[in-house]
Design a protein around this ligand. Sequence first.
Ligand SMILES: [Zn+2]
Length: 335
Amino acid sequence: MNELEEVARQFEADLLEFGAARAEELRIKYLSKKGIISKLIEKIPTLPPDQRRDFGKRLNELKSRIEASIKQLAEAQSDRVSFEVKLLDNDLTLEGKRPPVGNKHVLFKARDELFEIFKHMGFSFFDGPELETDFYNFEALNFPPYHPARDMQDTLMVGDMVLRTHSSAMQVRALQALGVPLKAILPGRVYRREEVSARKYPVFYQFDALVVGEGIGVGHLKWTLETFLSAFFKKKVEVRFRPSYFPFVEPGNEVDVRCVFCGGKGCNVCGGTGWLEILGAGLVHPKVLEYGGVDPKRFSGFAFGVGVDRMTMLKYGINDIRLLYEGDVRFLSSL
Ligand SMILES: [Zn+2]
């Protein structure tokens, strides 16, 4: 009896030592014709007759247990082999497949760069509705009803509301909500009724910069423009003012920058003029201050409106505004 227990213990130890990789060796050691179990069976006739039956029964049980264990081990081994074969089918030395990962849209990349500059300059940010009343979009900006200036902008109407045609629609809202002194960026989407072309799109991004306080004048405006444009284009930028007309500023100016691509010599981007038309600006009209609840005798201010699309296209060398809105991944992932 002790001999069978001894074999059982030995088998448990071998099972651990041989492991799945050597299941066949284990089978040969215990279950082959010359294996340990066969030798024990051969021993039966040599035992005293009264012990043979019991020994045979216990030996059988041990044999079954060993067979089952080795079978299990062999199966584990064949699973492992087929798994390894599967791994070999895929060449593990090849580079993995990288799933496509998105990136920030170039328009918002440029917008965030612009906003970062104004944050550093101490501006706060003010938001307003895209669907605007006639009052804030026109009247409060000194476009009285039937004023011919309203023809300057083709407007999309929703009932008696307008899809705001410019971010300046937030100027009086900001004055009313925040009071003075005020130094704010008014950003957002604006809408015009335009034919789609390489230069025009019916929706685009703008922001107004609005600064109102005591003694604010053209010098502050010019310094602010030069500072933010130089930071955005990462080079010292020269600006020039050309007199222009917007009802909500007096005086009003178109602002050009010395072409940041050719340095003023003339190139394709500036159309050979050496200057880039970049934005409109001016000193806030006293009427607008009044609508905002601000005393124009005591306070003055400047405002300018920036096309985020225009700035993005200039900085990243994009020549067709449609690329910014039509979601072509080949274009978007290249920037
Ligand atoms: Zn140029």
